[in-house]
Design a binder for this molecule. Structure first.
Ligand code: ARG
Length: 561
């Protein structure tokens, strides 16, 4: 139930001048002090229309606004302040949540629509970077949120498995590679070879030419090179799968860049037919000067295709395969020009759907205030970070709760959840500072804090034995904060979806957990009296919403920890 909407509906009935409900809705404010009411309607705008003084109008409205929904309606200056009947509201909301369970907050905004999300997309033979982690967890949360809003969602891992760097890697492997070592530790070894190549190429520039030729041969299907490439690819993917397993994230497609090898010629032809392709220094480009963008490179001098060419082919393929209504690319902000170019070229080709493609950028991870870079081998290996977080979580849990069963499973949920939450609580574009200790504390704005609060609801519910008594309302000041928060969960999901901002959900969960823990500190929930079953229903509703909110973010909610 949306209280703002309820208030707007009641107001509409008594307004002298007809206003669209959305206008009224948008005018309604939340008073700074709850003593002034739950919601307030400012009369300035309407007063102008009906040529009355705002204060007088407020008086009049307050007098006519009589409804069992409100326990008090009060004119304060130019505002009409209302106080809701806590009994009435709490009954509706708690009953709704308990009835709908995890379906509470579902909406039909995306009904019959498909959204494809391009997320994670790490590069073969390179470490899975913190940037890829951000893309993975943000993208996964956005997919969950879209699904809750009724969309059909498709998660695509556009693996970076093609491009000139594979020429370099092949040459480096031929010159300095060691089969056993690569087999043992593919990503680290291949990445080392890649770095060696760059160091050597500084001394021997002809290596660059060799690598270019090797990539050209690879593109033409050279057998031995193809076999090497396939090996690099599958060995790297295996490592990435370990990470996805820890994060418990699945993709609908792993079609990476190489998948589009035979799908680029049609794109090039299409560009030619539309007279969009121009020559520039031997290369072929689409000029985007009219949009103030640098030209989009389609083919290099030697005929080799580029990252953008593959993204164009991928967009066409995805539209044909999924008929998407929206396409989101969750990729770091440093690629913003690239996506502007790709979308612009598709729009120039006349595709209407290209107007529904969006780049969803995000900020960097910082370590001691500096960018965490994978350059020159200063890599932070994500898999190690995850395992470290799990180990630390296990220690924390063992300290607090030595006899707990399933310790490993719970530690995994807490350690991984901590990392995901630490990312998602930040606004997408902000940089994040990396500190495992901060992520894993049970107090403060962390994932474990919310999981711990959920576990607390579970232990209360086990002790209190929930009955089937229907909820008959709670009329206490102490539970009111919680009720108000539970009530806005559906709105928060909509907002998170609209703004592609999982942080909206993360912050909401922190508010709800804090409100609940305050309640827990003040009220003897399990005290035996007539309201016991009502309080337990409230706890149950909080538990449902906490678990559902966490699951939207891709975080598990263990019953004990
Ligand atoms: N592999 C790329 C990188 O790591 C990201 C790919 C993003 N997706 C896309 N369709 N371009 O930088």
């Amino acid at each position: 139930m949306d209280l703002k909407l309820k208030y707007a509906e009641k107001l509409i009935e008594v307004l002298q001048e007809p206003l669209p409900i959305s206008d009224v809705y948008n005018l309604i404010e939340t008073p700074k002090h709850s003593a002034h009411g739950d919601l307030a309607f400012p009369c300035f705008y309407l007063a102008k229309k009906v040529r009355k003084s705002p204060n007088m109008l407020a008086e009049q409205l307050a007098e006519t606004l009589i409804d069992p929904l409100f326990t008090k309606v009060e004119a304060k200056g130019a505002y009409v302040n209302v106080f809701f009947s806590k009994m009435h509201i709490s009954t509706t909301i708690i009953t709704d949540i308990i009835e709908q369970k995890s379906r509470y907050g579902n909406s039909a905004i995306g009904e019959n629509k498909t959204v494809v999300l391009d997320l994670s997309s790490p590069n073969i033979a390179k470490p899975f970077s913190m940037g890829h982690l951000r893309s993975t967890v943000i993208g996964n949360a956005l997919a969950n949120i879209a699904k809750k809003c009724g969309y059909k969602v498709v998660r695509i891992n556009h693996v970076g498995d093609w491009g000139t760097q594979f020429g370099k890697l092949i040459i480096a492997y031929e010159k300095w590679g060691d089969f056993e070592k690569v087999k043992e530790n593919p990503i680290q070894e291949l990445f080392k070879l890649y770095i060696t190549f760059h160091d050597e190429a500084e001394k021997t520039p002809s290596l660059e030419e060799e690598a270019r030729r090797a990539f050209k041969l690879l593109e033409e299907g050279h057998q031995q090179y193809t076999e090497l490439w396939e090996w690099f690819r599958s060995a790297s993917l295996q490592m990435f799968l370990n990470i996805y397993q820890l994060l418990d994230i699945k993709f609908d497609s792993y079609h990476g860049e190489a998948f589009y090898n035979d799908k680029m010629e049609p794109v090039v032809n299409l560009l030619k037919e539309n007279h969009l392709l121009e020559e520039s220094d031997g290369a072929e480009v689409v000029r985007l000067d009219d949009l103030g963008l640098p030209p989009c490179l389609i083919k290099k001098k030697d005929g080799a295709t580029l990252y953008a060419t593959r993204d164009l082919a991928a967009a066409l393929y995805r539209q044909e395969t999924y008929q998407f209504d929206e396409a989101l690319y969750i990729v770091g902000q440093e690629q913003s020009i690239h996506f502007q170019q790709v979308f612009a070229v598709l729009q120039k080709l006349g595709y209407k759907w290209a107007h529904h493609m969006k780049h969803i950028p995000f900020g960097l991870y910082l370590m001691n205030g500096k960018k965490m870079s994978s350059r020159k081998g200063h890599v932070v290996l994500l898999e190690e970070v995850l395992h470290e977080a799990i180990a630390l979580a296990e220690k924390n849990i063992a300290d607090r709760n030595p006899d707990i069963t399933n310790k490993t499973e719970i530690a995994k949920a807490v350690g991984v959840g901590a990392i995901i939450f630490h990312d998602l609580k930040n606004e997408r574009m902000n940089s994040i500072s990396f500190s495992l200790q901060d992520m894993l504390t049970f107090e403060g704005d962390t994932g474990p804090y919310i999981q711990y609060t959920f576990a607390r609801t579970q232990s209360i519910l086990t002790k209190g034995k929930v009955t089937n008594d229907t909820f008959t309302g709670l009329d206490t000041e102490k539970s009111w904060e919680i009720i108000k928060l539970l009530q806005i969960f559906p709105k928060k999901i909509e907002k998170a979806n609209e703004q592609c901002a999982p942080s909206v959900i993360a912050k909401y969960l922190l508010d709800l957990a804090k409100a609940f823990n305050q309640y827990y500190g003040k009220v003897k929930i399990l005290h035996i009296d007539d309201d016991l079953h009502n309080r337990l229903s409230l706890v149950n509703a909080v538990a449902i919403v906490l678990a559902e909110g966490l699951s939207l973010l891709g975080i598990k909610a263990p019953k004990k920890m």
